[in-house]
Design a protein around this ligand. Structure first.
Ligand code: PAF
Length: 284
């Protein structure tokens, strides 16, 4: 596995692969790699000839008072995991390489970025869209892989790619869960042992809501309120629990069929997010 830290070296290697007609898959990450990330890498391996992984803790997607400084950085372990998973190139830039002084251009995907997580993390999705767009122009990948755990992030990126006509195929990879159902996330490390035992209730709230929907419950706001209360009683500080249309993330209406249930809640220091999809058949 080759490791590069500059855009010049990155582009040099990419150019060589493009000249020999090899396809490229990009897996953007912020490091602290777990099974969820490695699943993205394995899918990338099956999808393209060359796999590029970036590790960059992107300051522009963290708001004031968020965990940018505390975000776990585990470079040595990450390198080993990527090496074991046959990654071709690791891009490991410094902040100044990506945002040199005077860098003043940001991408904003209006509308969808303001909902759900965007309402409580102002500017977060602009930071995400900006770094992902920059990486796309640096790597020029044929494919880019993202986890479904960050459903809203995926929707924002799809929207950006469509609106800016970026020639990359976005590949969504299902959420990887711990044995008790908790979605894998770097932020799970912030949980105390007692909080960790309670954390799977977040997924439980989604499964219960999905069960109600597939059994025909139609009053979405009642389900949302019930699950918020369930989480509050379980010791979470719920941010939102929303039954939405899977593509534009607007509140679902009675006859919508392709739904996603999104949840975000704080548990101690960790802000956890998760989601489940619900496909309703025309008879439901
Ligand atoms: O999902 C993440 O880890 C980050 O938001 C991403 C896509 C790597 C952009 O910094």
């Amino acid at each position: 596995m080759r490791i590069v830290t500059t855009i010049t070296d990155l582009r040099g290697q990419i150019k060589q692969w493009q000249q020999t007609g090899e396809s490229i898959a990009l897996v953007p990450t912020m490091g602290n790699l777990h099974e969820g990330h490695l699943q993205l890498v394995r899918t990338a391996r099956k999808t393209a000839d060359r796999v590029v992984v970036s590790i960059f803790v992107n300051p522009t997607q963290f708001g004031e008072g968020e965990d940018f400084a505390a975000y776990p950085r585990t470079e040595r372990e990450d390198r080993e995991k990527l090496h074991e998973n046959a990654v071709d190139l690791l891009f490991l830039p410094a902040v100044q390489e990506i945002y040199p002084p005077g860098c003043n251009t940001f991408i904003t995907v209006n509308g969808i970025s303001d909902l759900h997580c965007g309402a409580s993390r102002l500017g977060h999705f602009s930071g995400v869209a900006t770094i992902v767009c920059k990486l796309f122009y640096m790597v020029l990948p044929d494919f880019a892989l993202f986890g479904e755990k960050d459903w809203q992030q995926l929707a924002v990126i799809r929207c950006m790619v469509r609106d800016l006509n970026i020639p990359v195929a976005i590949v969504a990879v299902p959420t990887v869960r711990e044995a008790d159902g908790l979605a894998m996330s770097s932020r799970n490390a912030y949980l105390t042992p007692a909080q960790r035992r309670r954390a799977p209730k977040l997924y439980q709230s989604l499964l219960d809501a999905r069960e109600m929907l597939v059994s025909g419950a139609m009053d979405f706001s009642v389900i949302e309120q019930q699950q918020v209360q369930f989480l509050a009683e379980a010791g979470f500080q719920p941010d939102y629990f929303s039954i939405c249309c899977a593509d534009n993330l607007l509140p679902a209406a009675r006859f919508d069929r392709d739904l996603v249930i999104l949840v975000a809640a704080k548990l101690g220091k960790a802000r956890l997010i998760d989601n489940v999809q619900v496909k309703k058949s025309p008879g439901d």
